[in-house]
Design a protein around this ligand. Sequence first.
Ligand code: GDP
Length: 360
Amino acid sequence: RKSEISIESSMEELEELAKAAGVEVLATTTQNRPAIDVALFVGKGKVEEIKTFCDSMEANLVIFDDELSGSQIRNLEDAIGVDVIDRTTLILDIFAQRATTKEAKLQVELAQLKYRLPRLTGLGKKLSRLGAGIGTRGPGETKLETDRRHILRKIDFIKEQLEEVKKVREVQRSQRIKSDLPIVALVGYTNAGKSTLMNTLLKMSLEYDVEREVFVKDMLFATLEVSLRKLVFPDNFTFLLTDTVGFVSKLPHNLVDAFKATLEEVNYADLLLHVIDASNEDYHLQKETTLSVLKELHVDSKKIINVYNKVDKIEDVSLVPKEEGSIAISALNNLNLDELLKLIEVEVGVKTNELELLIP
Ligand code: GDP
């Protein structure tokens, strides 16, 4: 393993990713080996152990934290008797769930097809057997049981479509979407606490109703399908909040375009809340990764508030960086959230009743 993060962190993250994909995680296990087993990736004994566990717990999926070859997948499935996927397939599945724009969907499908192509021998049998399982979801779940040439044609077709989408986007850029309310986007690593913060803020909001959310969404983002939630606080301080797909460590190179495309929401945001798990020993690394991707997306000039989360888990809170405009919170325990709202208000606060009227 060449990655900079520890095996423990990587496995923890894999578990979170699995949960994000709707998988119930029953157990995790690791193996230390001088080299991988070409046929089975892990050793025979480990495979036996996994099989026994799956049989007794009626588990129906095994997820490996590293990329597997087509034949390894086939061998493992034959030996264990359940579906086997790897980290990349899992991540692509999450991207497929989260892709909202046409470009994002195409990019994810392209990445899925490219990933499956060299693994066809291993996957052929499996894909015809799998129903709506992980790795078959999303736009890419078409006719993979047919031959390689079909996939290659499909890849060419998607590339053409992507060119078209990009042309359209160039045109649209000149008529950039305008919202009457400030848009705030949550960015950050998987497991940093983005959805927890979203929920906590929603609970604090004076008014929240689903109908209205849909309406706002239709009006402003009919073509983008960005999911925005409208939050209203005292004094009519109102903004739209959107979550984004979380960053992951070890993001395979061939998934970078798909990942960036699913981050489209940040383009339309007035303010980014960069949620950082301050209790994670790798948080500096995670923070840097996020910032460098934001830079690549050319959105690093947007206002960013660093939100150091999970401070309830830290014994010495003075260790949390105190940068200007940053804040230490606990999304779970409602710590410092009023202060966070004040910071948001300073950056994007719009306080007029007229704006309210625009959105009935
Ligand atoms: P996301 O992947 O960024 O959306 O992260 P989640 O919101 O799903 O949170 C990941 C995990 O961290 C969950 O188990 C949360 O309960 C936990 N978590 C989130 N915020 C806090 C916090 O402030 N303190 C603690 N101790 N745990 C938190």
